[in-house]
Design a protein around this ligand. Structure first.
Ligand code: ADP
Ligand code: MG
Length: 475
């Protein structure tokens, strides 16, 4: 009986199936297609470079045994990486890699299908190399513990962060959830933990990613049909940091995939660090099972810094920037800008800029002007009326039309966008948004927010509306 690629491979599979976990078999062997058998070499086609590396890393022994059984000692295995034509206008390409002669493989940068197109985010980016899968951490080294000043407002979160960095996955703070309002240091602290882990354990794989980018990658992976690669990529990380998880609200697909990744990491003693603008109890539209996972570890709050902490943060910043400033001015700024650290830094930066551009001495008078401007500027919150005006202008309709009972598609969409932005840019409740935008109830508003989320990830034109309006409402 003459051997064909299919028959050889089927026999191999039978052996492999008996020797590994069913789930692993399903994930890693079912997608393989045997394409050629000649000169004692079997060529198998795998869906991605990552897939190939994974097989070589985890299953090369069993593959060898299975193949030797079929073809004898001189058996050869050749991988063919078939990539879909998913990146811009590149041609689909096929790459042959002889398994037995790995040194012949040139190390080249290969976009694995997950590669994100935005230039500032290289991840998930895998540098080819068999036992040496490297992942760019996306950490910002200037956000470290040294310049994360301690105060009453952040002591718990900061010490928990230090504990986690000393023993990632080895404390009961898993996940560590850092929560608090804008500009209070969540992103800074999250990076600091990652930077510290990298310092102490250079071999550990750390990844920082915003929930927004995570979601985008997931959506892309679904579109490109490589959801499995996406999941496997995240499952090999030792310390996963996801910033602003409140962004996952209402995105049930992404929540679901995150749930699975989370469980896998947690079970394997890997560390998960999350940040959020709210405590788990206050999170809306996040699945219960995910919320209950968030509560497994520690939720640590970052509160508004007290006066002393604000002063020391300012002094530290000035010191690092090599700028001198009289104490009374620092205290003046710290006294008047209370709500968040980003504003505090912003005010001091514009104070320095003012004085150096205008060659003015930094006086209390100047500080007063700057602070006043700052407080006024940042206090401005857009109103629901303003949002309705911007949205109806954009679609060239009047506000009455936007609020009317009609079911005409473009009017319904305009109204849903107004509701969506009201939810996003104001603190008004769903009920109050509904009553102000054409006397609807809270369920209608919730539905509108979900529809806008969905449409903006599936409909290009619609996404453009959202982007344009976001710009108009943010200036
Ligand atoms: P959030 O992510 O909570 O919105 P960020 O982490 O972006 O806030 O912090 C805002 C700014 O305040 C950053 O420039 C950060 O470096 C600074 N900052 C926050 N907390 C501290 C701190 N404890 N010490 C020094 N700087 C801080
Ligand atoms: Mg942040």
């Amino acid at each position: 009986m003459s051997k064909t690629a299919q028959s050889v491979w089927e026999n191999c599979l039978e052996f492999i199936k008996d020797n590994i976990q069913p789930q692993a078999y399903k994930t890693w062997f079912e997608p393989i297609v045997a394409v050629k058998y000649a000169d004692n070499a079997l060529s198998i086609q795998v869906p991605s470079k990552f897939f190939y590396e994974w097989l070589e890393e985890h299953y090369v022994k069993i593959l060898k045994v299975a193949l030797t059984k079929q073809l004898g000692e001189n058996a050869k295995l050749v991988y063919i990486i078939k990539m879909e034509n998913t990146y811009g206008n590149k041609q689909p390409f096929t790459e042959k890699i002889p398994s037995t002669n790995r040194s012949a493989v040139k190390a080249q940068d290969v976009d694995i299908p997950l590669n994100n197109k935005s230039p500032e985010l290289k991840n998930p980016f895998i540098i080819p190399g068999i036992r040496n899968v490297k992942i760019e951490s996306q950490l910002n080294p200037s956000y470290n513990f040294e310049n994360f000043l301690e105060g009453d407002s952040n002591r718990l979160a900061r010490s928990a962060g230090l504990a986690v960095a000393a023993k990632p996955g080895g404390t009961s703070f898993n996940p560590l959830l850092i929560f608090g309002g804008v500009g209070l240091g969540k992103t800074h602290l999250a990076h600091a933990i990652g930077v510290d882990v990298k310092d102490k354990y250079p071999e550990k794989t750390v990844l920082y990613i915003s929930a927004e980018k995570f979601t985008q990658q997931y959506i892309d992976s679904v579109k490109k049909n490589n959801r499995n690669d996406f999941i496997h990529f995240y499952q090999i990380i030792d310390v996963l940091i996801i910033d602003d998880v409140q962004f996952l609200s209402g995105k049930s697909g992404t929540q679901d995939v995150f749930f699975h990744i989370f469980n896998h990491l947690h079970q394997n003693g890997k560390q998960v660090i999350l940040t959020s603008d709210k405590a788990p109890v206050d999170m809306q539209d996040i699945e219960q099972r995910l919320l209950s996972r968030f509560k497994w570890g520690l939720s640590a709050e970052l509160q508004s810094p007290d006066f002393e902490t604000r002063v020391s943060i300012l002094k530290n910043k000035l010191y690092r920037d090599g700028v001198e400033m009289p104490d009374e001015i620092i205290e003046y700024v710290a006294k008047h800008i209370k709500s968040n650290i980003r504003e505090l830094e912003g005010a001091i930066i514009s104070l320095i800029a003012q004085s150096s551009f205008n060659k003015k001495e930094i006086t209390t008078e100047l500080a007063k002007q700057v602070v006043e401007k700052f407080v006024k500027n940042t206090k401005r919150e857009v109103s629901i009326d303003y949002i309705q005006k911007i949205v109806s202008d954009y679609f060239q309709m009047d506000i009455d039309t936007l609020q009317s009972k009609t079911r005409k598609r473009h009017i319904v969409q305009a109204r849903q966008l107004a509701m969506f932005f009201a939810k996003k840019f104001t603190k008004a409740s769903l009920a109050s948004i509904g009553s102000q935008i054409g006397k609807r109830d809270h369920a209608t508003v919730l539905h509108a927010c979900k529809t806008v989320d969905n449409l903006s990830s599936t409909d290009k034109q619609f996404r453009k509306y959202v982007e344009d309006l976001t710009k108009k409402l943010s200036v």
